[in-house]
Design a binder for this molecule. Structure first.
Ligand code: SF4
Length: 183
């Protein structure tokens, strides 16, 4: 039987946000959170990642279990429509991140050097960079995009988790939706 170590892995989520402060290019490791769930699902035909390993869900549980108001989730939050919207949002986000990275790499647009919330909004803080490493601008840009995706999902997940239940984000998480069944 697979051991459930999800709640212990919450620290990986914290570390992810911290290594982005050391140097944003380390955030590329966040791609694993998008790729591993699908690899595991493909191999096992089960939501192994969501059940046993996801560090983001582990962080929601660790952080919010004691403070969540545990209000009943409204219908709009548990219905199919919102799941579809979040999957489309995720797809658009990946598309923009990929295309803008290509454009940055060929010098057509400038790399972003800040974190974004919900694709377009500039986060109200600067991400300090403790290391000065020379990296291709395309990689810098893509790393900020990955960091921004994780940042957005964690902020939305925390807000929803405080109001409803700690893992309410999982109900609308695109990875959950895409590894469940046809929408
Ligand atoms: S639904 Fe999303 S946040 Fe929840 S466990 Fe799965 S991948 Fe993690």
């Amino acid at each position: 039987m697979t051991k459930n170590i999800q709640n212990q892995l919450f620290i990986i989520t914290i570390l992810f946000f911290l290594i982005g402060i050391v140097h944003i290019s380390f955030s590329i490791i966040g791609l694993l959170c998008f790729i591993l769930p699908f690899i595991l699902y493909y191999k096992t035909k089960d939501k192994v990642w969501c059940k046993y390993y996801c560090p983001r869900a582990g962080m929601f549980v660790k952080l919010l279990s004691k403070i969540s108001l545990r209000k009943k989730a409204p219908k709009w939050l548990t219905g199919q429509r919102i799941k579809k919207i979040v999957v489309y949002y995720f797809g658009i986000n990946v598309f923009f991140a990929t295309m803008s990275t290509i454009m940055t790499s060929i010098g057509k647009i400038e790399a972003i050097d800040y974190v974004r919330f919900l694709i377009v909004f500039k986060a109200p803080f600067e991400l300090p960079q403790l290391m000065d490493i020379n990296m291709p601008m395309g990689l810098i840009h893509f790393s900020y995009r990955i960091y921004s995706m994780m940042f957005t999902s964690v902020i939305v997940g925390i807000i929803l988790g405080i109001i409803y239940t700690p893992r309410i984000w999982c109900v609308i998480c695109p990875i959950q939706t895409l590894t469940t069944k046809k929408m």
